[in-house]
Design a binder for this molecule. Sequence first.
Ligand code: NAP
Ligand code: SF4
Length: 678
Amino acid sequence: MSTPYPNLLAPLDLGFVTLANRVLMGSMHTLLEDMPDGFGRMAAFFAERARGQAGLMVTGGFSPNRDGRLAEEASVFDRESQVSGHRLVTGAVHDAGGRILLQILHGGRYARHAGMVAPSPIRSRIMKFTPREMTGEDIERTIDDYARCAELARTAGYDGVEIMGSEGYLITQFLTPRTNQRGDDWGGALTNRLRFPLEIVRRTRQRVGEEFILMFRLSVLDLVEEGNVWEETVTIARALEQAGVTLFNTGIGWHEATIPTIAHMVPRGAWTWTAQRLKASVSIPVIATNRINDPAQAERILAAGDADMVSLARPFLADPAFVRKAAENRADEINTCIACNQACLDVIFRDQLCSCMVNPRACRETEMPIVATSRVKRIAVVGGGPAGLACAATAAQRGHAVTLFEVADRLGGQFNLARVIPGKADYGETIRYFGRQLALHGVSVHLNRRAEANQLDRFDEVVIACGVTPRVPAIEGIDHPSVVSYADLLSDKVRVGPRVAIIGAGGIGLDVAEYLAHEHPGTPEQELEDPDIGGFLDAWGVDRQVAAPGGLVGKGNMAAARTITLCQRGEGLPGRGVGITTVWVHRLALAKRGIEILSGVDYRLIDDAGLHLNVGDEARTLTVDNVVLCAGQEPARELHHALRSKGQSVHLIGGAKLADGLNAVRAIAEGTELALTL
Ligand code: NAP
Ligand code: SF4
């Protein structure tokens, strides 16, 4: 069978081993590593992805010693007694035909415990504690610990290791003057700063022999002040290659960087140029990474010769069978990672188990098996937003006879609004995915159809997923013609003038501010097909030459096409409820665009003069052409009440169940979980 992805599916010969294809499932810390029954669950997690034909996978980070563990109870691999647990993982992966590396990660000053160490005692702005400066003895011991960890990994059956040398962790801390201010042989000139990773690679190679994959994740763009320049990165890469690295994975930006690197506002493929430049300077394979989530996009990167492999991490949470579906010409069935971070990274930073918004089974494979039903039921799902789609698709997959009613002329609910926000076009992919699942599993879909209580008697179960209606706050003059709802704005039913006030600074208020900041927001289709990478790098002040330290040049170039004022009654910063890994990007962008934020406001009146409000004791009138309402939502539950009073078996999910803190992670999880019980 011919494939549209010949480069993606081509094997990669590493000399002593051949990888089945060019797709790396990049390392993700899921927290499974730190759970008491973690190895069994990791085995299930990775085996499912090996069956999905990932060419090579990497575990989450394991520290080579206790100093480097990321948190008090975080994973360390430093003892023989831990080998048997790891064997569960490697055995399951190999049985499923896959290959897996152990990632060795020492947190350095990014560790979150009192015993943290670093090349110099400099606290990171994102961390609470100041690290202890490593002695020469500490450094020697730590290098040996890396090599020993790799040896243990080999004993445990791993195909190799990835040495984590990017993202601002210990190795990166040695490599840059920002964090390495030592006066001994391990600091100062690049040849000294480079000694630490070089010794790690040399001693590791000695310990594990030639026929063991030694992948090094190299920071090719630090995105922090006093980071390295390109010339230094090339020197480091060439030295590491000489020392015995098999292939380079690339890393973009430190965790403390103030430039987004993987969140949804980063265009697809925004950093591929770094892999392309590195590939031109070394002779071993190079892997492109970050915001690669589509097989056609990955194929283009490889066909252009920009990289030898592509790394996808979160996309394997969203769809374990990414590669298999591409190989079988079923790319339209791929559940695409939409880079929301809401169920993975945001959750990990709260020390909770990682999962995925669009695939709630991720990391819960053992708890949420999809089992065929033994009694086929007739199920009505009312509402084709994220909750209803997930429920209908999963119930039908289990063999139920499912009918879905949607009052609008298309599926997707609130995701149809999200996908028009600049940087959120990927949300449309979720609608495409679920739409395809409904078709594949024979769901009968009725669009433009308001389901009435008296038409649902024939169903064994009714699921109400009618979503929400935008809240209309009780403000005098709220029916003034200048007032528009976010839903009407984003569905292009209304246009607004050059001066706009936004009522409500939650997730949707921030999104609307971003939308209005653009003179002519491109279409979602344009954003996916022709991502404006140059515009993004320019906006955030990234220098493709990496001639300045860290690749930073100036403060970037962002503006707003309108005068925008974002208002909230609460005190504090805007974006309450938005995830930790994206809210800072929104806040920074608001500031860079000169968008005014008013907190602690009391709305008084809307009239021809604009929006009148009090900010503390000060009365102000915002002279605006339009007021956009982003004041949260109310649940749409009328049908639920009607059916319950008739005694029908009825279930309530998603925004219709709880509109406050409406959240697609919960909506899709509720839809999926309910379908597994019906
Ligand atoms: P939200 O986050 O609950 O924010 C609603 C906003 O409306 C708040 O700023 C609230 O602030 C204001 N508000 C509430 N009642 C009001 C009233 N009666 N009068 C005036 N203002 C009122 O809701 P949302 O912005 O609609 O977002 C919905 C959900 O989607 C949230 O869970 C949100 O986190 C999520 N979402 C997330 C993202 C993301 O993570 N990137 C993006 C979009 C949406 P005050 O009460 O202080 O005025
Ligand atoms: Fe991707 Fe969002 Fe799922 Fe994370 S939660 S894997 S970012 S879709």
